[in-house]
Design a protein around this ligand. Structure first.
Ligand SMILES: Nc1ncnc2c1ncn2[C@@H]1O[C@H](COP(=O)(O)OP(=O)(O)O)[C@@H](O)[C@H]1O
Ligand SMILES: [Mg+2]
Length: 448
């Protein structure tokens, strides 16, 4: 049975028989799929250059590029597409080969409508799970379990209007999470407005948030709507709220409690329906203790906290992100950079990423721009990633001897691909000593 998830899924049918393209295309469109057709492998590959298909239905026997050749190309260039093979009775053996090469399933011609709908429904269902919960969610990438937990929370809070606090170091994707929540909620067609609390001086921040009346202060020549009013019906992102001055916090608290406010210099009370998402890279608990952040506001905001992991807590995701950024920046710069030399990946895995995904993104953009061929080499990386002295400065940052030891051990382990024997010999200690230090310092091979 085709499931409801079919609606909108894109399917490409590739067959040299025009009759089949028409009848199958018709059947699938009536079931709500978004269908495209191609008469041979070359035409199919050309479409893949600029479109993504969830499913491709491929005839094994076609003039020119065979179904198996096409399958091989699709697996390499669009691995997320599920391929269903069509075969005549005589060639089941090739169909079995196709499944071994990564096709999802095969169907013999002639087939019944239910048979093919069932097979497609299975592919679509599997892909939905694979996509939403394994590797990506909206624009967020990551398959580490900490990220899957983030996707789950986004899904949950999107269905409500509750205030959300997104916590995480700088560059971990807090704004992407805020946008994903908005985009998944029923407010998606209403505005998504951001206020950067860190960037603005106190007075300006208030008039940005609440707007001002004409003549409220020098240079206030016009009445101006604030971000709260602009976001009415939608979502307001209070970015880096840990930097908000105390006096502004008081005013914000009132809006959160009463959903109303006045413009700066005005008397008219304005009511708004706004969903609030706040982000912070600060330790708000600590700020509350130091009385730099109001406790009552903190509790209001952190109804549902979502904590984003740092990149070093999920290093196994580095290759996935690298692939994503290679593709993104190749397209942006009109280049075809598709490879890394092996030592580049080793360096990227050994590095600590204090600036998290944002830093990785910048490093990859720079590398794509700098490389002359289609492969990134260590010379395309910034110096501090290439030579170990960069890592030494990190050891100094960690301040304690134990911190430095942990940095050194994790660096050597990453360099030796977590081969304890090799790492121990590099460090000139026994394997047993290394094991006990790893245990004491809680060092574990990052999950893939
Ligand atoms: N999980 C992720 N997948 C893909 N890109 C990401 C991810 N996290 C962050 N980025 C990218 O890194 C940069 C910084 O993200 P941002 O949301 O601004 O971080 P923060 O607000 O936490 O400092 C952005 O360009 C964003 O697209
Ligand atoms: Mg940010």
């Amino acid at each position: 049975m085709a499931k409801d998830t079919s609606v909108g899924s894109k399917i490409l049918i590739v067959d040299d028989e025009v009759n089949l393209l028409e009848s199958l295309g018709d059947l699938l469109s009536r079931k709500g799929y978004d269908v495209a057709t191609a008469q041979d492998g070359t035409e199919a590959m050309a479409r893949l250059d600029y479109e993504r298909f969830q499913v491709m239905i491929v005839d094994l026997r076609m003039p020119g590029m065979s179904g198996l050749e096409l399958l091989e190309k699709v697996r390499a260039e669009s691995p997320e597409t599920g391929v269903l093979i069509l075969t005549a009775y005589g060639s089941i053996k090739s169909a079995v080969t196709a499944v071994k090469m990564g096709a999802y399933d095969y169907i013999c011609k002639p087939f019944m409508p239910d048979e093919i709908l069932g097979a497609i429904g299975n592919i679509v269902e599997q892909q939905r799970l694979f996509h939403e919960y394994e590797y990506e969610f909206e624009n967020l990438i990551g398959k580490h379990r900490s990220m899957r937990e983030v996707y789950r929370l986004i899904n949950q809070v999107s269905k409500t209007n509750c205030t959300v606090l997104v916590l995480g170091e700088s560059g971990t994707g807090k704004e992407l999470v805020a946008y994903a929540i908005h985009h998944n909620s029923d407010r998606r067609n209403k505005p998504f407005i951001k206020v950067s609390c860190a960037a603005l001086p106190e007075g300006v921040l208030e008039s940005e948030m609440f707007g001002h009346e004409r003549g409220a202060f020098t240079n206030a020549y016009y009445r101006r709507k604030g971000r709260f009013e602009l976001a009415d019906g939608g979502t307001l992102l209070l970015d880096e709220i840990g930097d908000m001055p105390l006096s502004t916090q008081v005013k914000l608290l009132r809006v959160l409690q009463e959903r109303e406010f006045e413009r700066v210099g005005g008397n008219e009370t304005i009511e708004v329906d706004v969903r609030i998402i706040a982000t912070t890279n600060k330790d708000l608990d600590g700020a509350v203790n130091e009385e730099k952040f109001r406790e009552d506001l903190y509790y209001r905001l952190s109804v549902v906290p979502i904590r984003l992991p740092s990149l070093r807590e999920r290093k196994g995701d580095v290759p996935l992100l690298v692939g994503h950024f290679l593709k993104k920046f190749s397209e942006k710069n009109n280049k075809r950079v598709s490879n890394l030399s092996k030592d580049v990946m080793d360096l990227l895995m050994a590095y600590d990423w204090p600036g998290n995904v944002r830093e990785l993104e910048n490093v990859m953009e720079r590398a794509v721009v700098l490389t002359k061929g289609d492969t990134i080499t260590p010379y395309n990386l910034p110096g501090h990633l290439r030579d170990s002295s960069g890592n030494i400065s990190l050891w100094v940052q960690s301040k304690s001897l134990q911190g430095a030891e942990k940095q050194l051990l994790s660096w050597v382990l990453a360099k030796t691909n977590w081969n304890v024997k090799k790492a121990a010999s590099v460090l000139k200690i026994s394997r047993g000593t290394l094991y006990s230090k790893m245990k004491k310092l809680n060092l574990q091979k990052p999950e893939k």
